[in-house]
Write a protein that binds this ligand. Structure first.
Ligand SMILES: Nc1ncnc2c1ncn2[C@@H]1O[C@H](COP(=O)(O)OP(=O)(O)OP(=O)(O)O)[C@@H](O)[C@H]1O
Length: 264
């Protein structure tokens, strides 16, 4: 049941995947944190990453986004090897990421946060006019993005005062302001109140559905994850145990005993 075969293999030529990791490894001192991880995320798919605490999920994201350099292997974005590229170069190539901890500017308004994210991405001068002129393109775009994540009525709210679920939506709007083609979501449901989970789930679904993003997400909330993803990668002690459909992964006895408990 365990499969690390790229989607589409054996059924004719497959298009270049949006994201591919090939033999990715990280060794720190005497510790092998990740070993020989290979998988593809086909364009337009949503793929989940699960694994027990310490399995290497965040480290994988750090290698893909360029926070850490691997000791072996490659990261490819749309077929281009970005392994030697910086975080900024990868962002400019279309890779976006959210973090486990909040990465917004709490003292700024909701709208200012999104305008700032798009200005930083465009690399131009940063200007935060508190009351931009009507029709200002950056503000219009920020408002559109905030509307699309359900925060259209919170433009002037201080970001730091938002409930946790809305902070996560704001972070996704900030991510969208950078025009990503591939997004990495690191535990988006962490700390989110149960009542806010369905709304945030819809926003994550819209990344793929409305914005055409390819998504790789780590999420401990299994019900949410399995409802969103087409395939799930399972990490265990730095190894890729399986990557397959949610049904196949949940039925895999190796995965059950390693991650989910005893085999059924
Ligand atoms: N800089 C480092 N030096 C040494 N060990 C590290 C370093 N960074 C991570 N590790 C170790 O690598 C392993 C993987 O850590 P990582 O944070 O990637 O796991 P994770 O699957 O994201 O866990 P969690 O679900 O708890 O967030 C852990 O055993 C961790 O202690």
């Amino acid at each position: 049941m365990t499969s690390t075969t790229p989607a589409g293999a054996g059924v004719g030529p497959s298009p270049t995947p949006a994201l591919e990791v090939r033999g990715l490894s990280l060794r720190i001192g005497g510790a092998q944190i990740l070993e020989d991880i290979s998988f593809v995320v086909p364009t337009g798919q949503v793929v989940g990453v699960i694994g027990p605490n310490g399995a290497g999920k965040t480290t994988l994201f750090n290698l893909v986004s360029g926070v850490l350099a691997p000791t072996g292997g490659q990261v490819l974005l749309d077929g281009a090897d970005v392994t030697g590229r910086t975080i900024t170069q990868r962002a400019n190539a279309g890779l976006g990421r959210t973090f486990q901890t909040s990465s917004l500017f709490p003292g700024l308004s909701v709208e200012e946060n999104v305008r700032l994210a798009s200005q930083v991405h465009e690399g131009g001068a940063i200007s935060l006019v508190r009351f931009p002129r009507p029709g200002d393109p950056a503000s219009r775009r920020a408002r559109d993005l905030l509307g699309s994540v359900g925060l259209g009525d919170r433009l002037r709210h201080r970001a730091g005062d938002l409930p946790h679920g809305d902070k996560r939506k704001l972070e996704i709007a900030m991510l969208l302001a950078t025009d990503p083609s591939v997004v990495l979501l690191d535990e988006p449901m962490a700390g989110v109140a149960s009542g806010d989970v369905p709304g945030l789930t819809d926003v994550i679904r819209s990344l793929h559905r409305d914005h055409g993003c390819t998504v790789l997400m780590v999420e401990h909330h299994m019900e949410v994850l399995l409802g969103l993803v087409e395939r799930v990668a399972v990490l265990h002690f730095g190894h890729l145990l399986a990557i397959d459909t949610p049904e196949a992964v949940m039925a895999d006895p190796t995965v059950q005993s390693a991650y989910l408990g005893e085999p059924a």
